[in-house]
Design a binder for this molecule. Structure first.
Ligand code: GLC
Length: 590
């Protein structure tokens, strides 16, 4: 073979070897996603609460645009914005009336295009929220499907029946009979008494009729259960792709998909739903290879093979997240079967549930997708809640979120330590979620710089802790949580071992819960992350293989953590790590 041919042979063999290690789905190799995800850090914005540009008390898109420099200053590289589409506002925007139109409260389609353009100029990607499983009951498609004639364009976009079982009748909701039509998720049918039929299937609240993606195993006795190949379900998939293409063609970089596992009904193991998403991924790979799909599925073992690039580790699905952050005396921590969460100052929590299910999910998907452990989201409490309420404590939790593998998501306001506010009334279907959707606290004053409206008209009340929890006050303090978060993001983005693809290994033994210590590493570099969220001193002994110099350099820390060499063992050097109460440290090992 000539030199050139040998080179070609080696290259193609290498390619083959690499491809052999990449799992195959739908006849194509699955990759973790476009390159920009390697270094991505997301910032989630609840648009009604981020920045109000026109003084009506509700945030809007021009408001977001006006804060892009701030977003950039954090070091984040992508946005996920909760639904911005024309909505009935009975579920915070998740009851969509028109997927092709920005809700007037936020501005216009042109404003959204301007936002993506301006964000792109700063190197920031923009992902929207795709409510794939349902619409609003005020959507024109649904209104048409209520008509007696079942052969109209949108007739079979929804699931209608005159007969449901006795079991399904229990707790049935009558359409618009409740005081708050949004407030119940019980049952799966709504009694509508429409000309078309008596009942429709809903996906979440009464106001959210399920789109008809068909049934994986239609029951022959229930002719209204259409197979996924029926014309109705096929048209719905086409519509979904249309919506996606509409926004991607306008510059949007991807979607967080709401209730992504909910599409096909009677679908054990979500097999048909997984297949459906695989089809969409294949279509995206051909047409929009730079765009990403993020799932609200909370089971990466299913969602990543379905073609999602990122799945969330959150308040439902895999059980680890609550055991880390939700104390039993909070709304989301109730009846979970533990007495203390891990990031509780008592130091009496356990990381075992997290260790077990996160480790399994991580190992199963680390080569094909990313798990995101968000600091919070619009559906559950923020880290600042109950007795976890000081900047000192919040620095420990933020160190965790920003040093774990996968793609980090910071929920707006968590970078300054905004508090989950208890006791607020339900707002647009939020129920307990109001406390986590309050306006961003930009500065001093009764509106905290969010709006210029009369404070009574604010979307939800602000609580800046006497002006301490605001961007303005933290901006000027080098030791603030805000500046600490900036340092964490910068370090993560400049150190591959600490980044999205760096490896992760928990070093704690089962009988040693505190401090939490894990390694982040690549073949070239290694870091240790040490976290003590408790009010007590904690220490741990670990064994590390080093290059021999055993150089350990603290790169970022909060509180005192000391790292001392004990002795050389055949397994490596034995170190003792001593941590002060409420401390965190990122240590580079040579
Ligand atoms: C998702 C959203 C939540 C919404 C629900 C119904 O869980 O995150 O806010 O209420 O779906 O769309």
């Amino acid at each position: 073979m000539k030199k050139k041919e040998i080179k070609k042979f080696i290259l193609s063999s290498l390619l083959l070897i690499t491809m052999c290690h990449v799992p195959e789905i739908y006849g194509q190799t699955q990759h973790k996603g476009p390159e920009w995800l390697n270094n991505a850090v997301f910032y989630q914005i609840y648009p009604s609460s981020f920045k109000d540009s026109d003084g009506n008390g509700i945030g809007d898109i021009p408001g977001i645009i006006s804060k892009l420099d701030y977003i950039k200053s954090l070091g984040v590289t992508a946005l996920w914005i909760n639904p911005v589409f024309h909505s009935g506002w009975f579920d915070g925007g998740y009851d969509v009336i028109d997927f092709y139109k920005v809700d007037p409260r936020f501005g216009t389609n042109t404003d959204l295009v301007t936002l993506t353009k301006e964000a792109h100029k700063l190197g920031i990607k923009v992902c929207l929220d795709l409510v794939a499983g349902h619409t609003s009951d005020k959507c024109a498609w649904f209104e048409q499907s209520m008509q007696a004639d079942s052969n109209l364009e949108y007739s079979n976009y929804y699931i209608w029946t005159d007969k449901i079982s006795e079991k399904e009748k229990q707790g049935i909701i009558k359409r618009h009979m409740q005081k708050h039509p949004e407030s119940s998720t019980i049952g799966s049918f709504v009694e509508a008494n429409a000309p078309r039929a008596k009942y429709y299937k809903k996906n979440f609240f009464e106001c959210q009729p399920a789109l008809n993606y068909g049934f994986a195993h239609p029951d022959a006795d229930k002719p209204w259960e259409q197979p996924i190949t029926a014309p109705g379900p096929r048209a719905v998939v086409r519509e979904l792709k249309n919506i996606m293409a509409f926004w991607m063609d306008k510059g949007v970089d991807g979607f967080r998909v709401d209730m992504a596992a909910s599409l096909v009904k009677n679908d054990p193991g979500h097999k048909a739903t997984i297949n459906l998403w695989r089809g969409i991924r294949k279509w995206m790979n051909s047409n929009y290879p730079e765009n990403v799909l993020i799932s609200e599925w909370a089971n990466p073992a299913e969602s990543i093979p379905a073609g999602f690039n990122i799945d969330f580790y959150i308040h439902f699905g895999l059980k680890g997240y609550p055991s880390l952050f939700f104390a039993p005396d909070t709304h989301w921590g109730k009846n979970r079967g533990y007495d203390f969460c891990y990031f509780d100052k008592s130091g009496k929590g356990s990381m075992e549930i997290f260790r077990n299910n996160y480790t399994v999910a991580y190992e199963a998907t680390k080569n094909t997708g990313y798990i995101a452990i968000p600091s919070a989201n619009h559906d559950y409490q923020r880290p600042n809640i109950g007795t976890r309420n000081t900047f000192e404590q919040l620095k420990i939790t933020m160190t965790f979120f920003l040093t774990m593998p996968g793609v980090p998501f910071i929920y707006y306001g968590d970078e300054i330590g905004m508090k989950y506010q208890t006791g607020l009334p339900s707002k647009e279907g939020s129920n307990h979620r109001s406390g986590t959707r309050t306006p961003m606290q930009w500065g001093a004053g009764p509106d905290a710089g969010f709006s210029t409206c009369n404070p009574d008209s604010l979307y939800l009340p602000v609580d800046t802790g006497h002006g301490k929890i605001t961007v303005a006050s933290e901006e000027t303090d080098p030791g603030s949580l805000l500046n600490y978060v900036r340092k964490l993001i910068a370090l993560r983005r400049s150190s591959p071992a600490l980044g999205n693809n760096g490896d992760w290994k928990l070093l704690n033994d089962k009988d040693q819960q505190y401090p939490m210590v894990y390694e982040r590493y690549t073949l070239k570099e290694k870091y240790l992350v040490v976290l003590n969220p408790s009010e007590k001193k904690q220490e741990i002994e670990i064994t590390e293989k080093t290059s021999g110099t055993a150089k350990a350099e603290t790169v970022i820390s909060s509180g005192k953590v000391s790292f001392k060499e004990r002795k050389n063992t055949p397994q490596g050097i034995r170190f003792i790590i001593k941590t002060a109460p409420f401390s965190a440290s990122i240590i580079k090992i040579d």
